[in-house]
Design a binder for this molecule. Structure first.
Ligand code: PAF
Length: 280
């Protein structure tokens, strides 16, 4: 396994790989890898000749009041896990390598990035689409794998790839849960034992809402109200609990075939997200 720290090295490697006729799969990450990431890497491994994993805590997707500085980092551990999962290249640049100090070009998706996390984190998706565009140009992948845990991010990236004609196939990886039901996330590291126990209410609230909506699709509002109450009763502070059409991320209509019930909530100072997607 090779570790590249510079954009030049990665792009040279990627172009040579493509010229030699081998396919590339990219898994973009912010490191502090867990079994959710590993499932994405395994999908990439099965799909392409060469697997590239980027490990980069991207400053442009954090607002000034967010956790960029404290975001968990452990590169040695990440590299070991990548090696165990037969990754070919890890790309781990410093922020100053990735962005020139006077960088002034950004990529913006203007529809799907508005609701849910985009409403409470207005610059988040701009940072994601910008860094993912840069990673696509550097790693030149045929395939890129993103997890359904970040369902809105996945939709935004698919829309960007469609709208800007990137010759890349985006592959979904299933949301992976720990045994207790908590969605795997690098931010789970912030939770105290007590907070972690209480945070299980997020998934429980989504399962309750899903069951209620399937039983009576006419009463989505009641289902969402009850889901919020479950999180609040567990001591969580709800950012949103919403049920939207998975294609438009707008309120469901008669045409809606698949629904996402998504939640974001704070336990202590940690903001967690989770979702359930299902056919109507
Ligand atoms: O999902 C993440 O970890 C990040 O948003 C991504 C896609 C690696 C971009 O920084």
């Amino acid at each position: 396994m090779t570790v590249f720290k510079t954009k030049k090295e990665l792009q040279k490697f990627a172009l040579e790989t493509r010229r030699s006729g081998r396919t590339i799969a990219l898994v973009p990450t912010m490191g502090f890898l867990h079994k959710g990431h590993m499932s994405l890497i395994d999908i990439a491994r099965a799909k392409a000749d060469v697997v590239i994993v980027s490990v980069f805590v991207n400053p442009t997707q954090f607002a000034p009041n967010e956790d960029f500085d404290s975001y968990p980092r452990d590169f040695e551990r990440d590299a070991k896990m990548c090696e165990e999962h037969k990754v070919d290249v890890v790309f781990a640049p410093e922020p100053s390598e990735m962005y020139d100090a006077d960088a002034s070009t950004f990529v913006n998706e203007m529809m799907l990035s508005r609701p849910l996390c985009g409403a409470s984190r207005p610059t988040f998706f701009r940072g994601v689409t910008t860094v993912v565009t840069k990673l696509f140009h550097l790693a030149q992948p045929d395939f890129a794998v993103f997890g359904e845990k970040d369902a809105q991010q996945l939709l935004v990236i698919k829309r960007m790839v469609r709208d800007l004609d990137f010759p890349i196939e985006i592959i979904n990886g299933k949301l992976i849960r720990d045994e207790d039901g908590l969605a795997t996330s690098s931010r789970n590291r912030y939770l105290s034992q007590d907070e972690r126990q209480r945070a299980l209410a997020i998934h429980q609230s989504l399962l309750g809402a899903k069951a209620a909506i399937i039983a009576d699709p006419g009463k989505i509002d009641v289902a969402l109200h009850n889901a919020k109450a479950v999180i609040t009763a567990a001591g969580g502070r709800v950012d949103y609990v919403s049920a939207l059409d998975t294609e438009t991320l707008e309120a469901p209509t008669k045409k809606t075939r698949r629904l996402i019930v998504a939640a974001a909530a704070f336990f202590g100072t940690t903001r967690l997200i989770d979702n359930e997607m299902f056919d109507l």
